[in-house]
Ligand binder design. Structure first.
Ligand SMILES: Nc1nc2c(ncn2[C@@H]2O[C@H](COP(=O)(O)OP(=O)(O)OP(=O)(O)O)[C@@H](O)[C@H]2O)c(=O)[nH]1
Ligand SMILES: [Mg+2]
Length: 302
């Protein structure tokens, strides 16, 4: 082990839709976490690894912190809060604005309870004028005693090197946890399910995507190695939603399936035969039993 090698955990937190998952994907240079324009996209903690000669950062992407309206929401907020306990450094992402709302104040209160270095990341600076940024920094300085404040654009990969330098500054010296080829410890099946959920999120309007879960029934490479067969089910909450997800003559389901297949093929570097089904499970977001079945297990975060 090199004496000056640093390593540790960096939690990425913030309100829904501020760009946490986009930032993590761009920091590690690979798409692992799904993203969308709709808030509350990420539901579980997603762990990825960044390694260079200075050290190794394990990023923990979390669900957006929000006022929960059902058990799934409670679970998501819980995941985010518990992740703080495992971190050495916290990245708190915010929108580029001088307006600091109740949501941000709530997060600041929680952070005061843990004595970790907090780096404020003002994201999406590509959407504002450069001259406005110092004003945002000033407004946030009054809210909390940040270790650093770094403006970035996750989407355009602007200033991410500066951000990495800042993270290393606050990480402890330590061993390399993962070999340098490791990018994530998410099981491949889970990433596949998330990719399908992302396409459903992006194709469907309104409230329907929030009530969707995806399960993988089968994922198997053919013995001749020619392709991978995947059977997956999209779970939704109402019969009317099922109709919309399938669409007229199955058009919507085909659209979701073919865009998901394209991305899964890229990840697996193999041809994929994807079969999708749609099932209704009423109010699963308020059922502990069903939530657990779909991969949202309270025990895992306790
Ligand atoms: N213009 C711009 N858009 C961004 C940037 N970063 C993220 N976005 C967009 O913001 C939206 C939300 O991004 P996500 O990464 O899914 O946000 P999140 O914080 O992970 O959201 P939750 O998982 O719901 O908490 C997407 O449409 C992204 O493309 C950025 O730097 N600039
Ligand atoms: Mg996310």
């Amino acid at each position: 082990m090199k004496a000056d090698f640093k390593s540790g955990f960096t939690a990425i937190i913030g309100r829904p839709n501020v760009g946490k998952s986009t930032l993590m994907n761009h920091l590690i240079g690979q798409k692992i976490a799904i993203t969308s324009r709709k808030p509350q996209t990420t539901r579980n903690r997603i762990q990825t690894v960044y390694t260079d000669e200075k050290g190794q950062i394990v990023f923990l992407d979390t669900p957006g912190i929000h006022k929960a309206k059902n058990k799934l929401g409670d679970y998501m907020v819980n995941v985010a809060q518990r992740t703080l306990k495992d971190a050495d450094v916290i990245l708190w992402l915010v929108e580029p604005s001088t307006f600091i709302g109740a949501g941000e104040r709530h997060i600041a209160e929680q952070l005061k309870r843990c004595s970790l270095p907090v780096i404020l990341v003002i994201n999406k600076v590509d959407t504002v004028k450069k001259e406005e940024v110092p004003g945002f920094i000033q407004a946030y300085r009054k809210l909390y005693d940040f270790a650093e404040i770094v403006p970035v654009s996750a989407l355009r990969s602007l200033n991410l090197d500066t951000l990495l330098d800042c993270i290393f500054k606050y990480l402890p010296y330590g061993p390399q946890f993962y070999d340098e080829d490791t990018v994530t410890d998410q099981p491949q099946r889970q990433i596949v399910a998330e990719m399908i959920r992302e396409k459903a999120l992006r194709c469907l309007e309104e409230e329907i995507p929030h009530g969707i879960a995806v399960t993988i029934e089968r994922m198997k490479e053919r013995t001749d190695g020619s392709m991978v067969d995947i059977d997956a089910t999209i779970i939704c909450e109402r019969d009317s939603h099922k109709g919309i997800i399938i669409g007229k003559q199955g058009v919507m389901l085909k659209k979701i399936g073919s865009s998901a297949r394209y991305e899964i093929e890229n990840m697996l570097e193999q041809k994929v035969n994807l079969k999708l089904w749609v099932k209704v499970k009423k109010d699963w977001r308020d059922s502990d039993y069903l939530m657990k079945n779909f991969g949202y297990d309270k025990k895992e975060i306790e």
